[in-house]
Design a binder for this molecule. Structure first.
Ligand SMILES: Nc1ncnc2c1ncn2[C@@H]1O[C@H](COP(=O)(O)OP(=O)(O)OP(=O)(O)O)[C@@H](O)[C@H]1O
Ligand SMILES: [Mg+2]
Length: 147
């Protein structure tokens, strides 16, 4: 699927929409340059799942874990940002593998390229790619791996 987003709020809305289409245990990767809108998309996605807390970028924490409310199948949302990660081991050390493909859990990963080795172990990863469009604020959002 491919979407064109004209602005930030539309990117959030696409994230919200995707949240209604995924199953528990899903892993979603978000690729795209700095400022492409990965975190913006994640905010909408979390809202769509039913996360009540404000999503902030896990730039230094690497991983933020949020409870999901009022969802029939999902109770945990995990947001990972590997931008400042130096080695996969750091993520393993903070327990990331307990969440990947876990029951009732959905994980979103910004900068997945850094942990390609770890992600190889998982099937059915949904890959979202965000690119600049034709204007300053336009983004093209490609979603692969969802039916
Ligand atoms: N169509 C759009 N979709 C999303 N963000 C947009 C759009 N147009 C402009 N923006 C702006 O681009 C920026 C996107 O920031 P965001 O933090 O979501 O990017 P990111 O991909 O997570 O960056 P980083 O790699 O630094 O984590 C915001 O300042 C937002 O206002
Ligand atoms: Mg970000």
């Amino acid at each position: 699927m491919e979407y064109t987003s004209p602005n930030e709020s539309q990117t959030k809305s696409i994230g919200r929409q995707l949240a209604t289409m995924i199953s528990p245990g899903s892993i979603i990767t978000l690729s795209g340059d700095l400022g492409a809108g990965k975190t913006t998309f994640t905010k909408g996605f979390a809202e769509g799942l039913g996360v009540k807390e404000t999503i902030t970028s896990p730039t230094f924490s690497l991983m933020n874990v949020y409870p999901v409310h009022e969802h029939p199948e999902i109770d945990t949302f995990v947001h990972i940002d590997t931008y400042r990660l130096e080695h996969e081991k750091e993520l393993i050390g903070i327990g990331v593998e307990d969440y990947l493909a876990a029951d009732k859990t959905v994980v979103i990963i910004e900068w997945p390229e850094k942990i390609a080795g770890m992600l190889k172990k998982y099937e059915g990863v949904i890959e979202v790619e965000m690119k600049n469009g034709e204007s300053n604020e336009e983004r093209v959002i490609e979603v692969n791996g969802i039916s």
